[in-house]
Design a protein around this ligand. Structure first.
Ligand code: PEP
Ligand code: MG
Length: 753
């Protein structure tokens, strides 16, 4: 059973479109379950379940038979959202007869709902002429099958939606809101080198030239493989030598090369043709029952990547052109990919992976680039060059929009510009409540450009400088001197205001291309301070660079990420003192900066007092604290609905950290994304946070809200929400308050898209 399940899923995964997916499902499931009929019904936009494919019923019923949720056994399965197993279907009250299917011949019925992200997409049914009670094993098989197929069907439906574009309506894809705002522009697909799965669909203009280009690259790789085989000849065993010969044979004209040439002749680009041919072969090998042959899939993939890399490197098309208003789309975007887009050209970002608190989304927010994360079903390789609308408020992407939709979104873009311009006047006004309670509004930085926007918007300091960002944009660790120069720029830009530099915080979803960390559970693994304490040479050179950079300015604070126990703090402090003493001995006139701890893990909440007694300030990293308190991976779009920044447990933890810090007489800030949320900011002020640090894009919105209320009002709202049992009620209460105060525009614009 497991084998046929795996094989069916493999086959389905590589099917070119929704029809092919459904055809494979009905044919293969019918055979695997030894049934007389297998059919798939899918829900359409009018919420009706339409027969989309069948093996066993009359083919002319396909597309014609449809049932509402209230009709027939299919509707019954969809309503109950659980499998229904009946040995005498005709006698069931819900049975409904459709003459066009020839259904009267079938007595037994087993149906399972196809559910994706809690939505019933359709129903998978098997039937039998004889009275047959499908047994528990059959039922379990069908349920497993439909659970596995749901994602593939959703994806194929999404791709199908794209094919219909230009005809009636734009295709809509959903994800998670990553950075607010709306962008309208042209899609540029970002495909990492040698990644067969992300090659954009592109045609070629000159077939003969493309064929020559392909031929040349292929000959180069053949030559390389041949040379490598000869070099290693004496070190290879017989089987390995055979593998090299097999590689060479595969590159032959009569094999893969020939298939690719056919596709190029049909007008496709060499890169796309090559990736498609390889993926077809990989999937054929993968679906083989012989384990040895199945293993060969990885050989084909290896070879495929090697040739693809050669094609990409040799192709002038690979030197990407970025149009004005580029919408960058990719499976897993990185800081360095964003940095490749020339300044001023990047309008929007869509990432298939990640969620709203992934670091790429945070970076996008700080750049003010509307972003959608976790758009898992986006058929991105088919979107290169298409016009896209990115709705970063709702987490939606529209491909090839109609004129009406473009106009509707253009209005929002214009309104947003007006809103930002309207807030400019607040730039030099103090951030204080109507009863003169002063709060410091600082910014989070990382990129060079952040400093300029931050100062323009009136930032009074930096609450979090993410030092890992300059590390990510290099291809090796920066030297102490290189770091010093970067840090100096940051400190000088803000002097005399404070700049809080966090020591290197890698791991989790932040990896350095030259220092990969591969773990099963990266957010609970080797990240933040754990990495740098294991590598004191990296830590010391970073701290030395920070101290040297602060010479003569005196506006540096050092902050330690992911501290989960006192020992980590004490060792880090000891290393900072060591760096400081060394520099004094070397003749630098540096000052010992204030040192702070980030409160990012639940343990730190309960030990806030102990930490506060040992340092100069605490700063809450609410992005991580929320994920660890709620056990919700901040990088996983599938659980994004559970990532409640205003969960009562989070609010109570925040309040405790503020009280414990103040009882030890030290200042406390918050530098997670929560601080930049205008409605949350009210609560944070009422709790007593001394500093709110956020991306510059949110600074003036937050200031305008704080200046519109009194501390007393904010405290009243806080008292009210602290008594609520869940995040939904808290959000509703805050929305109500904002509506009454006429501040809704600061939260997000209304769209009915
Ligand atoms: C946080 O966790 O809230 C934080 C500010 O750090 P980062 O988002 O960089 O992990
Ligand atoms: Mg963090």
């Amino acid at each position: 059973m497991l084998n046929s399940l795996r094989q069916i899923v493999q086959e389905v995964n590589s099917a070119p479109d929704l029809n092919a997916v459904l055809e494979i499902i009905v044919r293969r499931v019918k055979a695997a379950m030894n049934a007389d009929v297998c059919s798939v019904f899918l829900r359409n936009q009018s919420n009706v379940y339409v027969l989309m494919a069948t093996d066993g019923l009359h083919q002319n019923a396909v597309g014609k038979v449809s049932l509402s949720k209230e009709e027939g056994l299919v509707g019954y399965v969809a309503t109950r959202e659980e499998p229904i197993n009946i040995d005498d279907a005709e006698s069931h009250v819900k049975f409904q007869y459709f003459p066009e299917t020839g259904e009267e011949r079938f007595s037994s019925f087993l149906g399972a709902p196809i559910i994706h992200h809690r939505q019933v997409l359709g129903v998978l049914v098997v039937q039998q002429t004889q009275k047959r009670r499908f047994d528990e094993g059959d039922e379990a098989f069908l349920v497993t099958m439909s659970a596995q197929l749901a994602g593939v069907i959703a994806h194929a439906e999404a791709t199908g939606a794209l094919r219909g574009i230009g005809q009636k309506k734009e295709a809509r894809f959903t994800g998670v809101a990553g950075a607010s705002g709306v962008a309208i522009g042209r899609c540029v697909v970002s495909s990492p080198l040698a990644d067969l799965y992300s090659v954009p669909y592109q045609t070629c203009e000159d077939v003969e030239r493309e064929l020559d280009f392909f031929q040349n690259c292929l000959s180069d790789v053949r030559e390389d493989v041949k040379n490598l085989g000869e070099e290693l000849e004496n070190r290879l065993n017989k089987e390995e030598r055979i593998l090299f010969d097999a590689y060479l044979a595969m590159l032959d004209d009569k094999s893969l090369g020939g298939e690719v040439r056919e596709k190029i002749r049909a007008g496709l680009s060499a890169q796309y043709s090559w990736s498609q041919v390889i993926l077809e072969h990989v999937s054929t090998f993968n679906s083989m029952s012989d384990p040895y042959l199945r293993e060969r899939a990885s050989d084909v993939r290896d070879l495929g990547s090697r040739v693809l890399a050669a094609l990409q490197q040799a192709s002038s098309a690979n030197k990407r052109e970025y149009p004005d208003n580029t919408i960058l789309v990719g499976e897993d975007l990185t800081a360095s990919v964003l940095a490749e887009v020339p300044q001023g050209k990047l309008a929007g970002i869509v990432s298939l992976r990640g969620s709203s608190n992934s670091h790429i989304a945070i970076l996008a927010r700080s750049m003010g680039i509307p972003t959608v994360m976790g758009a898992v079903d986006l058929p991105f390789t088919h979107l290169d060059g298409h016009e896209l609308i990115v709705d970063g408020y709702r987490g939606a992407v529209f491909a090839d929009p109609s004129d009406a939709m473009r106009e509707q979104y253009q209005e929002i873009v214009d309104e947003d510009k007006l809103l930002v311009a309207g807030l400019e006047s607040l730039k030099d006004l103090p951030c204080e409540t109507t009863d003169k309670h002063r709060v410091a509004l600082w910014v989070n930085t990382g990129l060079k450009a952040d400093a300029i926007i931050s100062i323009e918007r009136g930032a009074e300091g930096v609450g979090l400088y993410r030092t890992e960002v300059p590390f990510m944009l290099r291809d090796r660790f920066p030297s102490e001197e290189e770091q010093r120069a970067v840090y100096r720029e940051q400190l000088e830009a803000f002097a005399p205001h404070t700049v809080t530099m966090r020591t290197l915080d890698i791991g989790g979803d932040k990896s350095l291309p030259y220092f990969p960390i591969t773990e099963d559970n990266p957010f609970l693994g080797w990240r933040g301070i754990r990495v740098t304490l294991d590598h004191p040479e990296i830590f010391l050179s970073q701290v030395r660079a920070m101290l040297k950079a602060s010479e003569g300015l005196g506006n540096l604070r050092i902050m330690l990420p992911m501290i989960s126990n006192v020992a980590e703090l004490e060792i880090a402090q000891m290393l900072i003192y060591r760096a400081y003493d060394e520099l004094l001995e070397e003749g630098f006139s540096v000052q010992m900066p204030p040192i702070g701890v980030m409160v990012e893990v639940p343990a730190a909440v309960y030990q806030a007092k102990e930490f506060a007694a040992r340092v100069d300030f605490l700063s809450v990293g609410s992005n991580d604290l929320t994920q660890y308190l709620l056990a919700v991976d901040r990088n996983n779009a599938r659980v994004a609905d559970l990532y409640h920044s205003l969960h009562p447990a989070v609010l109570r933890a925040l309040k405790k950290v503020v009280d414990d810090s103040h009882s030890e007489g030290i200042s406390v800030s918050i530098c997670g994304e929560l601080a930049g949320d205008p409605s949350a900011a009210l609560l944070l002020v009422a709790m007593g946070f001394d500093v709110l640090s956020m991306s510059a894009a949110n600074l003036l919105k937050v200031k305008s809200v704080i200046r519109a209320v009194s501390l007393e009002q904010a405290e009243k709202i806080l008292d009210e929400v602290m008594a609520f049992p869940d995040a939904e009620s808290i959000n509703r209460c805050l929305e109500g308050t904002f509506r009454e105060a006429g501040l809704t525009r600061l939260l997000r614009p209304d769209t009915d898209g």
